[in-house]
Design a protein around this ligand. Sequence first.
Ligand code: MN
Length: 546
Amino acid sequence: MARTPSPEAEKLAAYRRKRDFNRTSEPAGSPSGGVAAVAAPRFVVQRHRARRLHYDVRFEIDGVLASWAVPKGPSLDPSVRHAAFHVEDHPIEYIDFEGVIPAGEYGGGDVIVWDAGTWEPGEPDPAAAVAAGELHAELHGSKLRGRFVLVRTGRDSAGKEQWLLLHKHDEFAVDGWDPEKHPHSVLSGRTNDEVLADPDRMWRSDLPAGEASIALKDSITAKGSRRPETERPSPAELAALDELPSSGQWQVFGRELRLTNLDKVLFPGSADHQPITKREFLRYTAQIAPIALPYLAGRALNMHRYPQGAGSKGFWHKELPGHAPGWLPSWQNPEAEEGESRTYLVVNEPAALVWAANFGALEWHAWTSLTDRPHQPTYALIDIDPGASTSWQDVLTLARLHRTAFEHLRVRAFPKVTGRRGIQIWVPISRGPSFSDTRRWVEQLSKTVGAVVPELLSWKWEVRDRAGKARLDYTQNAVNKTLVAPYSPRPAPGAPVSMPISWDCLDDPGLRPDGFAMREVPRRIAERGELFRPLLNADQQLPALD
Ligand code: MN
């Protein structure tokens, strides 16, 4: 994904060097009779996808960033007056922040440096101008140039100051100029989607400003696993799959795979869904494999096989068969007892997932631990497991209560729908705690949350003893117990996928636990980003619950 820096990025780098030079060459005090070489103050506009998309327009004033959130963004069009909301000053350290803000924290979402540069205040005392409700600014940015005005118009019902942002008629004015048509970062050349998919930094607003920007480069993916972003099946590879007869050799991801029964229907049709053949399932698998790989790499894979299709009864298959090709990455479980599975598939490259799919693994379940330390989980898992009489609204209630708990605990946690009826919440942790540690923690959390809605829940082990109620299944936190992997299809018409969602999606009345059909998923990811990606790099300890 390395891009040649855009001209804007070059300019910004040059600007930075200059800025640092100006700073260091600044005289400590203003010598009498001389004019201090004071660098021009900076501004930044960050495009921020949080609960709602907005642009944060920030001006350096007296060592902090005076800030406005502008939902529709700034425009060079002088006929446009966009609403702006005056928000609290931000620390100056935030000025070049680009990356992700954890879900559950203030402003959770992704941020790019959409524009940056210097500005000249129109008033001698810009802080006083802000207080008086009218700030004039001449911007020298990569995208934004010329004279802008911010004017206070009142307050909304919540007491937030309402302002308008407008561009004056000057030589930089451009009629019809739309900020959304200029979506790239001036820092990295990347879009919000691209930053979300592979963030370099995370902002932790609970830390002091000087420490809040965290580099995300030491990921927990296993050694030897390849970076997935570089590998997507090419259009030629996908076309070759379409052209194969019902069985044949397919070259993809640099491997040759023998595919069988390509025209067999694996997912039956229904009123809402066309039947899905194995060929189409393998096409999806190849498209999703580079995206799903980071959640599978370095982990034993338990395959849930349905060789006769989703309409038949599936079964667990853990042992890598002897006829499997030799290039498939595998792991020997040193603790396997006589008669237990010993050799596991490890999906360390995308072709391995395509192989598993061709082998009939409709569902992919990777271990919660990496093979090098199988007794140390990398996630704590909350499994909201609905009973026969649990409604979708009940599941949402339980998920929202967990959301509140995680916000309160300042723990970063990531929800996904199961593709069947439930919701899971994945909590990334630094390795160290045992499964019994994570199990106990999740049990304590879930019982605390569950105490709010005892009528919805049963803690009974056996399904028949639960009287149709939901269960918060903390026992999934155990070695060789697995939840379905992100982006895995489930065996039902339309191949509903276990899909990462944002916390805000819980408030979307259209959300359904099985509402993401396989055919829709690549487009959905392209539109909304890869919402689980921050989970891979979260270096987090579970706080004590008391
Ligand atoms: Mn914001």
